[in-house]
Ligand binder design. Structure first.
Ligand SMILES: *[C@@H]1O[C@H](CO)[C@@H](O)[C@H](O)[C@H]1NC(C)=O
Ligand SMILES: *[C@@H]1O[C@H](CO)[C@@H](O)[C@H](O)[C@H]1NC(C)=O
Ligand SMILES: *[C@@H]1O[C@H](CO)[C@@H](O)[C@H](O)[C@H]1NC(C)=O
Ligand SMILES: *[C@@H]1O[C@H](CO)[C@@H](O)[C@H](O)[C@H]1NC(C)=O
Ligand SMILES: *[C@@H]1O[C@H](CO)[C@@H](O)[C@H](O)[C@H]1NC(C)=O
Ligand SMILES: *[C@@H]1O[C@H](CO)[C@@H](O)[C@H](O)[C@H]1NC(C)=O
Length: 584
């Protein structure tokens, strides 16, 4: 494919070449004879000669392939095409650029531009610099200090003072310098450009042309001058913009880290300033470099900021104890910026941890509160929210009370005995205060049938069986009532037993097994015989008694429940507060 294209290209070029009479072109008088000095830049343009042309060369001129260049080094040698890929000279627009021109570049150069220039012939004569018969050929690279007055003269022009010559034509960046219309700071005097005050835009490629008349030959002398505008070298050492002062960076151990150093360097024409990062460890004096120093070039007249980045593959404990130092140096001096690394607090993690602890503590406190006040909460719930469970169960009594009957001579008026407790204290509190209906055998059951039948009937008519346990009870005949109650409870879900430990007792061996089991399993409420109101006991009693007498406050009951619960929480907190104060 490539070969094919190449052949096609050659064919096309060949056709073009044949179109023009190259041999005829070669034998025509050359348009100009240029004089060039070795080892200098040289430009040969393909433009028809005209007195008024403004452009010397035009880099955007058509397409490169439309401009053809041929070269004949010596008379009688064949014409060689100059490839568009040639590196010296290079083809740029409609010009050939020699960078630089060598002694062997002398010869005849023929160019043609399709549909514009059929044939143009120029001759270049390259003269060795040491052979110019002139000690000073001038400089073709100028560095001019900005904002000062300068002059640009055509190099080596004085070497030809013995010859007649035309005035100098100046081109800047390929465009003819027209002194009349150019801004007033630029003056032309004695073929020299004078700049009263230089600006950055005065930089560029200047070309000067003049014609020497040597006997019958007209030489065109052409020299190229590259003008650079420079600033005065800075008087300041580099300015570290960041990290400035003592900067601290939060980092995570084990993570990679990129650190940036931003430094401003003033202009320096012949010095390459340097930036680097290093680690400064107080303990070990070694200063391992994090990255190789970077040499930079400041071409901007007003100076330039550079950013130098170093990468730590992972942050270590050692880095936390070191200073990371950005070091910048120019010809004036050096500056440093210090970066300290600090461990990053894992804020979110800690927040979550504390949150979790708070929730846990809250839960613990809440459950402790509920555990402590469970009975109250249940009672309050029953009081305000629960349904009356006695409705519709067709039972007559809330609780059957079973106790050991006392012989009259055993009666002791100083102590409250269990019969008095059963017949007086229980009804007084449970019936009068809380509205339960108790079943007391003597009081409520008309003796009709057999004693055992009466007992069973009474138990069946009750929702609870309250058993008042004492040594007299477990050893006496009343134990039968407990046995009957247990049997009834096994058949009837609605019946529950409440054991009251009225006096501590020894379990006799002779007890029926079912009673033994019941004593082990069933809830026991202990009566403490004291003069204090025994609030705890009644609370437990109410807890075990059926739900009854719900006030039925409807919608408001929920509100009341929570209101009471809330005031209970407040009260318990006040109480703990008070107890803490008293402890102090
Ligand atoms: C080319 O020009 C030369 C001289 O001008 C002439 O002798 C020659 O015949 C021309 N050739 C063609 C092909 O026109
Ligand atoms: C350069 O050549 C192009 C194409 O021929 C033209 O359009 C343009 O005006 C020229 N530029 C200059 C500065 O002469
Ligand atoms: C110039 O050309 C000659 C032969 O034409 C060659 O021997 C010589 O090395 C060349 N010199 C340079 C500097 O190219
Ligand atoms: C100029 O320098 C070249 C080598 O660069 C040398 O061959 C030549 O002889 C010198 N000519 C003169 C006149 O010094
Ligand atoms: C050098 O200068 C002398 C006289 O100044 C002159 O005779 C000679 O021809 C000159 N040579 C060249 C190569 O210009
Ligand atoms: C940096 O500058 C100070 C003076 O300002 C000098 O003493 C020191 O040696 C310099 N450091 C380096 C590494 O050049």
């Amino acid at each position: 494919m490539f070969t094919f294209c190449w052949i096609l290209l050659l064919f096309i070029k060949g056709a073009e070449v044949r179109e023009f009479n190259l041999t005829g072109c070669l034998h025509k008088e050359p348009e100009r004879i240029y004089h060039a000095i070795t080892d200098e830049e040289f430009i040969l343009e393909c433009v028809l000669p005209s007195q008024h042309r403004i452009h010397m060369y035009n880099n955007s001129f058509l397409y490169k392939s439309n401009v053809l260049w041929f070269w004949q080094q010596k008379d009688g040698e064949p014409l060689k095409i100059i490839s568009s890929k040639s590196t010296n000279p290079t083809q740029e627009g409609n010009a050939l650029w020699f960078r630089p021109i060598g002694i062997n570049a002398s010869g005849v150069y023929i160019c043609m531009i399709r549909e514009e220039i059929p044939c143009l012939s120029n001759v270049i004569k390259v003269q060795a610099k040491n052979n110019t018969n002139c000690s000073d050929n001038g400089r073709n690279e100028l560095s001019l200090l900005i904002e000062e007055g300068h002059s640009i003269s055509c190099p080596g022009i004085h070497c030809y003072n013995h010859l007649q010559r035309s005035p100098v034509t100046w081109y800047k960046n390929g465009i003819r310098v027209m002194f009349k219309e150019i801004r007033s700071s630029l003056k032309l005097k004695d073929d020299t450009i004078y700049l009263r005050r230089t600006y950055e835009q005065d930089a560029g490629i200047y070309v000067c042309d003049y014609i020497l008349f040597d006997n019958s030959i007209q030489w065109t002398m052409r020299r190229v001058v590259r003008v650079k505008i420079i600033a005065r070298n800075t008087l300041h050492s580099p300015n570290i913009l960041s990290p400035s002062g003592m900067k601290t960076l939060e980092v995570e151990i084990g993570k990679p880290l990129k650190i940036e150093c931003k430094v401003f360097f003033g202009f320096e024409s012949n010095f390459l300033p340097m930036i680097t990062w290093y680690r400064d460890n107080k303990e070990s004096k070694s200063e391992p470099l994090l990255q190789k120093p970077t040499r930079i070039r400041v071409e901007e007249l007003e100076g330039k900021s550079f950013v130098h980045v170093a990468t730590l593959r992972e942050v270590t404990e050692r880095d936390l104890n070191s200073n990371l130092i950005c070091f910048a140096q120019n010809s004036v001096g050096n500056s440093t910026g210090v970066l300290k690394l600090k461990r990053k607090e894992r804020a979110l993690f800690i927040f979550i941890l504390y949150g979790a602890i708070a929730v846990l503590v809250g839960l613990l406190l809440g459950s402790a509160f509920v555990y402590q006040h469970w009975i109250e909460i249940v009672l309050m719930y029953r009081n305000y929210l629960a349904k009356d469970e006695t409705i519709g169960d067709r039972k007559e009594f809330d609780a059957f009370v079973s106790y050991a009957k006392q012989d009259s001579f055993e009666r002791d008026s100083t102590f409250l005995n269990e019969e008095q407790f059963a017949l007086e204290v229980l009804p007084e509190v449970l019936e009068n205060k809380y509205g339960y209906k108790l079943c007391l055998l003597e009081r409520d059951i008309l003796p009709g049938g057999a004693y055992t039948d009466d007992i069973v009937t009474a138990i069946q008519q009750s929702r609870r069986a309250i058993i008042i346990l004492s040594p007299g009870y477990v050893n006496g005949p009343s134990i039968f009532e407990l046995q009957a109650a247990v049997n009834c409870a096994l058949e009837d879900n609605m019946l529950k037993l409440i054991l009251i430990k009225y006096k501590s007792f020894q379990e006799p061996e002779s007890l029926p097994p079912i009673v033994k089991k019941a004593l082990k399993i069933l809830p026991v409420v202990t009566w403490k015989s004291s003069n204090s109101p025994n609030k705890q006991f009644w609370k437990y009693m109410r807890y075990h008694m059926p739900v009854k007498n719900t006030r039925g406050l409807g919608k408001n009951s929920v509100k009341f429940f929570f209101h009471r619960l809330f005031s209970m929480v407040i009260n318990s907190r006040k109480a703990t507060g008070r107890s803490q104060q008293t402890k102090k």
